[in-house]
Design a protein around this ligand. Structure first.
Ligand code: GTP
Ligand code: MG
Length: 155
């Protein structure tokens, strides 16, 4: 049996908890409250255990108390609020140097459905900014909507 440990981290209200619920196969996404501290969830699908740690960026210090490593760190932001991408570069440097040097990192733009409902020019601008960020960070970029997309390809 394999186990995948995933850290989902980013600014407030970008959709981290909703993404984690989706990873654990929960599709009833109607209710959502701000996460207090760290939200840890586990589930098993076809012999693989998915272990998610959902961390708002302002709760970062709690990571110092977590004695675990991660296979995968998802640096998340809200595609419809591009200001939420700004702190991810320094966050990644901090996570690599202080906590998880071995993990695979990915940049994940959430709420793609909102971006897709804006004018095509706005959409192109945001996606190109995100692509530039992923090149700078040298990690892959995924764009998803937890309301509509299948999320299998990001983990
Ligand atoms: N349109 C749309 N709304 C989404 C999507 N994902 C999440 N939301 C909504 O965005 C709001 C915030 O979602 P959360 O998952 O609670 O966000 P969070 O990042 O965990 O927030 P904090 O715990 O405060 O850091 C909720 O109202 C969700 O229903 C998405 O893909 N599309
Ligand atoms: Mg949350």
């Amino acid at each position: 049996m394999s186990r995948i440990k995933i850290l989902v981290i980013g600014e407030r209200n970008i959709g981290k908890t909703t993404l984690c619920k989706k990873i654990h196969g929960m599709n009833n996404l109607a209710e959502s409250f701000p996460t207090l501290g760290i939200d840890h969830q586990m589930s098993e699908t076809n012999g693989t255990t998915f272990d998610t740690f959902d961390v708002p960026i302002d709760e970062l210090k709690i990571l110092a108390n977590i004695k675990t490593s991660f296979n995968c760190v998802l640096l998340c932001f809200d595609l419809s609020r591009m200001e939420t991408i700004k702190r991810l570069k320094s966050l990644m440097s901090l996570l690599i140097s202080n906590y998880f040097p071995e993990a695979k990192y990915a940049l994940v733009g959430l709420k793609f459905d909102i971006l897709a409902s804006l004018c095509p020019v706005e959409m192109k601008k945001s996606l190109s900014k995100a692509q530039k960020h992923s090149k700078k960070l040298n990690i892959p970029f995924h764009q998803i909507s937890t309301l509509t997309n299948n999320i299998q390809d990001i983990i």
